[in-house]
Design a protein around this ligand. Structure first.
Ligand code: UD1
Ligand code: CA
Length: 466
């Protein structure tokens, strides 16, 4: 159970920066880990912590970022004049907010909801005007440093570029995560200046400002420095992804999922897994995917936005937007595209592509087939190489196959077409007309055998009497 903040806390997420060091045409916070944009992780953490009002400051690439955020409240910072200026831009949007205001960076996707809750609790118990989340790093390069007074109390945050020679050795850093008293913060914002190395309005200057006014400031440390990793480069993007992968995989393993090599398994936070599942190497599970107990997934498989029943085997396959029933099996090298439903005990076998189709209970499409826009009944066998010709160049048409039908190998089912219950199609037929229940549909040139032809060819004699 995630720890929740006391009622009434608000959160402001700063996500207007360009992220020059990403060397990208995409705004930094729109870069993704496990399919989810960085800023989304931060917004979700704020919601999960129980913040009842969440506002995101967008600016660089605002349209892109706002699109990713859907219904969330966003405010624009047209010119990125610093983190302090970003907060000023949210003044109107946060009107009426009193009590705790959490401020987070949109580029810190690893921050836990429980840490946000701890920060708010610390402020509400201490009644401080601000509480800063700090951590200690072996290499603090680039981070704002925590400066303490003789009594060890937080007295200022000094940005890396503004450090004095005596401060260079400080390894305790500002994580960019704070909880402010909202009213006190907004009362003092216009006192921020930009006389510093970067010519920006630093939110971090608030600390020295509060201290000078005799206001109480406090700090708490994270017990997990990895949690506050900010993503500024693609190297850090990969580092953050690795941390998240390990965190997620660990939870699933502790909950009863076996991973042969957890470093080679990637599971999005949106995925839910049952127990006694085995995930083999090179498996990626993404989107709104749910997998039931006792499944074996992988090696080399990707499942996105799909619901998988119990005791399903998926081997070396791609499954997108599909529903797979209990005891079904998929692969190797199957490609299930959106709208595929495999009913219980159905099989989509080797090198089979299926889209927008239902494969009924116990039915099998074992080898080398394309099934599109089809409804296949129960207990049907679809022979190797069968193809639904569902597209006439302009429109898509449906193929319907009744229960217990037997589709001969290499049948072309030219849709719209129906093969009745228990009907059979002859191997190699192009079936363009409906086959009634129980009938044989066959469309094939009659075979002719030419006696002695092979020997004549070998001897170089004429073979034109064929
Ligand atoms: C900031 C802190 C630094 C801290 C570090 C932790 C300041 C001045 N410095 O530095 O003390 O150690 O985070 O990661 O706050 N942003 C805006 N508008 C702006 C500028 C920034 O929305 O005008 C957003 C960015 O998109 C980003 C966040 O604020 O999500 C932090 O900005 P960034 O430029 O990355 O600050 P740092 O230099 O990392
Ligand atoms: Ca940063």
């Amino acid at each position: 159970m995630t720890r929740k903040v006391p009622m009434g806390a608000a959160a402001l997420i700063l996500a207007a920066g360009e992220g020059t060091r990403m060397k990208s045409s995409l705004p930094k916070v729109a870069h993704r880990i496990l399919g989810i944009p960085l800023v989304r992780y931060v917004v979700d953490a704020a919601h999960d912590a129980g913040c009842d009002r969440v506002v995101v400051v967008t600016g660089h690439g605002a349209e892109v970022v706002e699109e990713l955020l859907g219904d969330e409240t966003c405010v624009r910072q047209e010119r990125q004049l610093g983190t302090g200026h970003a907060v000023m831009c949210a003044d109107a949007a946060l009107k009426g907010v009193s009590g705790s205001l959490v401020i987070l960076s949109g580029d810190s996707p690893l921050l836990r909801a429980s840490t946000i809750a701890r920060l708010v609790e610390a402020r509400e118990t201490s009644r401080a005007a601000a509480v800063v989340l700090t951590t200690t790093l072996d290499d603090p390069t680039g981070y704002g440093r925590i400066v303490r007074d003789g009594a060890g109390a937080l007295s200022a945050i000094v940005e890396h570029k503004d450090l004095g020679p005596s401060q260079l050795g400080i390894t305790e850093v500002n994580t960019g995560t704070y909880c402010f008293d909202a009213e006190v913060l907004f009362e003092h914002l216009d006192r921020l200046g930009n006389a510093n190395a970067q010519g920006e309005y630093y939110l971090t200057d608030m600390i020295a400002l509060f201290r000078a006014e005799g206001l109480l400031v406090a700090d708490i440390a994270t017990d997990d420095p990895l949690e506050t990793l900010g993503v500024n480069t693609r190297v850090q993007l990969a580092e953050a992804a690795k941390v998240l992968q390990r965190r997620i995989n660990r939870e699933h393993m502790l909950a009863g999922v076996t991973m042969t090599d957890p470093d080679l398994v990637w599971i999005a936070p949106t995925v839910s897994l049952g127990r006694d599942i085995v995930l083999e190497p090179m498996t990626m599970l993404a989107g709104a995917t749910v997998i039931g107990d006792h499944c074996i997934i992988g090696p080399d498989s990707r499942i996105t936005d799909s619901t998988v029943g119990v005791r399903v085997v998926v081997d070396s396959s791609v499954v997108l937007g599909s529903v797979i029933g209990d005891d079904a099996s998929v692969g190797p090298r199957a490609y299930l595209r959106p709208g595929t439903v495999l009913e219980p005990r159905a099989r989509a076998g080797t090198s089979v592509e299926i889209k927008n189709s239902v494969v009924g209970e116990g039915s099998k499409v074992p080898h080398l087939s394309y099934i599109g826009d089809a409804t296949i009944g129960k207990g049907v066998n679809v022979g190797a190489g069968t193809i639904t010709c569902n597209y006439d160049g302009a429109r898509k048409h449906r193929t319907v196959i009744g229960d217990g039908a037997f589709i001969g190998s290499d049948t072309m089912l030219v849709a719209p077409v129906t093969v009745g219950e228990g009907a059979i199609t002859g191997a190699g037929s192009a079936i363009a007309k409906d086959v009634p229940a129980g009938a044989l549909g066959i469309e094939r040139c009659e075979q002719r055998n030419v006696d002695g032809w092979a020997a004549r060819k070998k001897a170089g004699r004429g073979t034109d009497d064929q």
